[in-house]
Design a protein around this ligand. Structure first.
Ligand code: ADP
Length: 498
């Protein structure tokens, strides 16, 4: 046993990475996956393509590394969450395309349910809100729209899975039908505290229990990958949804530890230990991927437009040639000259929750130049993250000591320093920002004894840089007051109502 293999199945590509005993990434390979958009708001993928891409990436990795497959001690799987696949148990054939997490086809169904008395009970049981994002309404759609499926589901002929479940099914040639609590907690069908499928929720969505996988601990051996696939029978020993895997990959295994991923949007997760979180700020409560069998929890929140604001400057306004160029421009000026950008392009998320809000650029004077606007866009990512983290801290009832970061825009040093200043907490950037795959490897390696425990995993952490807060409190408060004013203005309505 010399390596752990992580399979990282994302929305646009499947990746495979190999880790050594010290938790170092030896190599990574990927294969693209093509989403399809059959109607406005609909997003689908081909389940067979997902599997073939994942298999191709893993095979390429093993071949390029020149290792013997039997040197791989365990496989860990991490995946795009909520994406829904239903297949025939007997043949293993999907009965419909995979309905991707982004797909809004069940918006009307969810709007009706969200307005009903059942909604509060669903939130109480799951820690989530009724929304097309989660799996349950997507299963409902398949059973309602593919002829004969409700009857076949009742007869026990169908299986449901998120992408982790599908990959395990494929790897084991249909012998194992499982998921883990971090993925199950995103379906709207699992009781968050008990960690089991909830009969009340199954009845609410009319989903037969026989379709559902067994829920197994995130770090446990769930089956053996057939030798035909990767050249050796390898234990599948770790499963986690992508955001929870990133939390584990950042070695956030204890209450109060938090990571934020700066991508197109931001995803922040705050570990709450064994305490079931209840959000007063409409953040989500979810399962963390536990390194042992004990239940662990997290509060999750997201910023809709983060790196996407930089893309907008580049593609819509033509102010930038590349996203990376934003750093030099932002630091070429001392401040934004009073300019704020609130990129509420698709409304505002937590803690404001205003879907009708729209983006706004405020404080413009003749002094405002390209660099000020670019700087304001980067600062907006930090302000939005701060608003989210403050809400999370309030929900968790404990302050953050530091924020661990990853994702494409975490490479921006100006953004990270401004984040430290405006949050008034140290920002910690790891050497390896591929934290999702690393988290899956950690979970699998623990289960097979490749690693001894979380202390050992913590010792693997290699910090590339810590950004300490330096900004005087008076300056921070002045800047935050300006931001809050700008946010209030982007919620302005033509009738004068704020
Ligand atoms: P995703 O996984 O959501 O596609 P990534 O983690 O690859 O995103 O990050 C890409 C996003 O980060 C893009 O929106 C891009 O505009 C932004 N980005 C990438 N590099 C930088 C940078 N140096 N400064 C600011 N933003 C950046």
């Amino acid at each position: 046993m010399e390596y752990v293999l992580a399979l990282d199945e994302g929305t646009t590509s499947a990746r495979a990475a190999l880790y050594d005993r010290e938790g170092r990434r030896i190599a990574m390979e990927s294969a693209p996956i093509q989403p399809r958009y059959p109607q406005p708001g609909w997003v689908e993928q081909d389940p067979e393509e997902i599997w073939q891409a994942q298999l191709a990436a893993a095979r390429l990795l093993i071949e390029r590394c020149g290792i013997a497959p039997r040197q791989i001690g365990a496989i860990g799987i991490t995946n795009q969450r909520e994406t829904t696949i239903v297949w025939e148990r007997a043949s293993g054939r999907p009965v419909a395309p995979a309905i991707v997490w982004q797909c809004r086809r069940t918006a009307d169904y969810c709007a009706r349910l969200a307005a009903s008395p059942a909604a509060a009970e669903i939130t109480r049981r799951t820690g989530l809100v009724v929304d097309p994002y989660f799996s349950a309404s997507k299963i409902r759609w398949i059973l309602d729209h593919v002829p004969g499926m409700q009857a076949r589901a009742r007869a026990g002929e169908l299986a449901f899975g998120t992408v982790d479940t599908w990959l395990v099914w494929k790897l084991t040639r249909g012998r194992v039908h499982v998921t883990d609590p971090s993925n199950a907690s995103r379906t709207l069908l699992m009781h968050l505290a008990s960690g089991d499928w909830d009969p009340v929720l199954l009845e609410c969505f009319d989903v037969p229990r026989s379709m559902l996988p067994a829920i197994r601990p995130s770090s446990s051996i769930v089956g053996l990958a057939d030798a035909a696939w990767l050249g050796s029978e390898i234990p599948i020993a770790g499963i986690a949804g992508d955001q929870q895997a990133a939390l584990a990959g950042q070695a956030c295994f204890r209450a109060g530890l938090c990571k934020n991923t700066y991508g197109t949007g931001c995803f922040a997760l705050l570990h709450t230990g064994d305490a079931v979180p209840v959000s007063e700020n409409r953040l989500l409560a979810t399962r963390a991927a536990s390194p042992d069998a004990s239940p662990q929890f997290a509060i999750e929140g997201s910023v809709f437009i983060a790196g996407a604001a930089v893309q907008w400057l580049r593609d819509q306004l033509g102010l930038l040639a590349t996203a990376a160029e934003s750093e030099a421009l932002a630091t070429s000026v001392a401040d934004t000259a009073g300019v704020y950008l609130v990129p509420a392009f698709v409304g505002l998320g937590a803690p404001h929750w205003d879907p009708a809000a729209r983006g706004i650029l405020t404080g413009l004077t003749r002094a405002a130049a390209r660099a000020h606007i670019v700087r304001a866009a980067l600062e907006s990512i930090a302000y939005q993250t701060r608003d989210l983290i403050v809400a999370m801290e309030r929900d968790a009832g404990q302050p953050l000591r530091e924020l661990r970061v990853d994702g494409g825009a975490a490479a921006n040093n100006f953004l990270m320093q401004f984040q430290a200043d405006i949050l008034d907490r140290p920002i910690v950037r790891p050497a390896d920002t591929e934290t999702t795959a690393l988290g899956a490897a950690f979970l699998a390696g623990l289960a097979v004894g490749f690693w001894k425990g979380v202390e050992e995993l913590e010792s693997f952490r290699r910090v590339e840089r810590i950004f300490e807060p330096h900004m005087p409190a008076s300056q921070r408060e002045r800047l935050l007051a300006g931001w809050q004013e700008a946010v209030a203005r982007c919620r302005w309505r033509p009738d004068g109502m704020v």
